[in-house]
Design a protein around this ligand. Sequence first.
Ligand SMILES: Nc1ncnc2c1ncn2[C@@H]1O[C@H](COP(=O)(O)OP(=O)(O)OP(=O)(O)O)[C@@H](O)[C@H]1O
Ligand SMILES: O=P(O)(O)OC[C@H]1O[C@H](OP(=O)(O)OP(=O)(O)O)[C@H](O)[C@@H]1O
Ligand SMILES: [Mg+2]
Length: 279
Amino acid sequence: MLRIAVPNKGSLSEVAAQMLAEAGYSGRRDGRQLVHTDARNGVEFFYLRPRDIATYVGSGALDVGITGRDLLLDSGSRAREIAELDFGDSTFRFAAPADTITDISQLAGKRVATSYPKLVDDFLRARGVEAELVKLDGAVESAVRLGVADAVADVVSTGATLRAAGLDIFGPVILESTAVLIGGPSEHADIERLLRRLRGVLVARKYVIMDYDLPVAQLEAATAVAGGIESPTVSPLKDETWVAVRVMVPANEANDIMDRLYELGARAILVTAIHAARL
Ligand SMILES: Nc1ncnc2c1ncn2[C@@H]1O[C@H](COP(=O)(O)OP(=O)(O)OP(=O)(O)O)[C@@H](O)[C@H]1O
Ligand SMILES: O=P(O)(O)OC[C@H]1O[C@H](OP(=O)(O)OP(=O)(O)O)[C@H](O)[C@@H]1O
Ligand SMILES: [Mg+2]
């Protein structure tokens, strides 16, 4: 059995569960279940706090896990990143009331509230800034208004929480974070299979299939517009001056590519979704 740690709560949990479902795994039936076995796929899921996942994986108690890069680095665990998972994107930033602190050098001797003390300490130490860290569990944006800190260091996604708290970002980006698959000392043979499945989900989400008919003479030009992963599939049509072409293209470029192919003479351009993939 491959033992997998997945977030039980927080912003990563639902998206991670959805991704595993799309990868063909069964999941827990209700939000309080701590363990779920998917015997058919030979995996066991452990639903844990996202912050604790790196600890379990780094120690070898579990084989792999899904967590945030920021949480992995803050944990100090020996777990390592295996792959980015394309969700849970955030940046980790300093913020303070407008015009009070505008550079990290001004943090010397100041109080910085954060839920990620190791991440912030490592960052400031590397830059020779000695600040006092105030460790909080969450909602750190309130710490300045409530007088327990002069600045905060926290996860920023849209920036709405900072704005609502009257704080402005300052200083360099501490970290660009994203959800990641992490591994530890375990060399379980099934890790590769899980990774292939997750990559398949990412491909299925990111790409679409494009089919179109094209005058043969335009094939080179059309391939330059959409070259596919390996190379386009080209099939004969009854009219020998035309071919049918099938190619995978990034979903967010599909309309632009359709316009350009149309201008080259392509017709009957159809786009369809991919439900699953192994590249
Ligand atoms: N608003 C957000 N947008 C995108 N990613 C986020 C956001 N908030 C947190 N994250 C990411 O989600 C991961 C876990 O944070 P999350 O807030 O879910 O955990 P938590 O704070 O321990 O849980 P909770 O908020 O339920 O107490 C981190 O990697 C973080 O970067
Ligand atoms: O930039 P935004 O889009 O506003 O998102 C960032 C906020 O989201 C997270 O909070 P969460 O809801 O996890 O609460 P927490 O602070 O208690 O962890 C994070 O800690 C920030 O506070
Ligand atoms: Mg949170």
